[in-house]
Design a protein around this ligand. Sequence first.
Ligand code: SF4
Length: 251
Amino acid sequence: MPKKLTRTQAAEIFRRLRQANPAPKTELQYKNPFTLLVAVVLSAQATDAGVNKATPALFKVADTPAKMAALGEEKLGNYVKTIGLWRNKTKNIIALSKLLVEKFGGEVPQTREELESLPGVGRKSANVVLNVCFGQPSIAVDTHIFRVSNRTGLAPGKTPLEVELGLEKVIPEEYLRHAHHWLILHGRYTCLARAPKCPQCPIADICLYKDKTPAEPPKKPKKKAAKKPARKLAMTPKLKAARPKRKGARA
Ligand code: SF4
């Protein structure tokens, strides 16, 4: 069995994913490129839902690099304490905000190299910002995309970078812009890590994963329990005495 899907099979996968969700979007809440960058930094090893709980209040008071730098580490920490690794993330966000003000005129840069030069921003985060804010066909390989790409055979690889380059090769250009979100959403809601929902998966016939979750056998209709005959009570002397006496019955 081939371990890797062909470009034609990849095209069919994305045709179906696009049909189900023509314009997929990030689930992170943001107001502008800067707030997306902050949300992405906060989302490392945390869930989007957890980040979204904390950021609306934060972005009300600090939605530009200058305001964030002025807020300072301590106050920023109060907004994001519920998010894992918040101390380190807080340091990075204040440092990158200062750098954006000093070096980039308060704007989020639009190249991967410049984005990666910011504290706390790696290739994956840079790719998210490039894709979501600047419409570039970049693919940020997170845990979901890594799993889906390996299981399906779309772009098997041992490292996120290997998977990213494999995806760029196999995905037809027309799907590249949104491939990132289609794959994340597929991994988050269908191709789950522990129990993938293969029986409901729209690409199951193409996917090469050999340990697919089997469909549940149809449930057998329950047999109707036969009615038990009412149990006759043994006539103990006590019951006999308690029985109402019939009229005319002999004592
Ligand atoms: S068939 Fe199963 S393993 Fe393959 S992509 Fe769908 S959910 Fe994932």
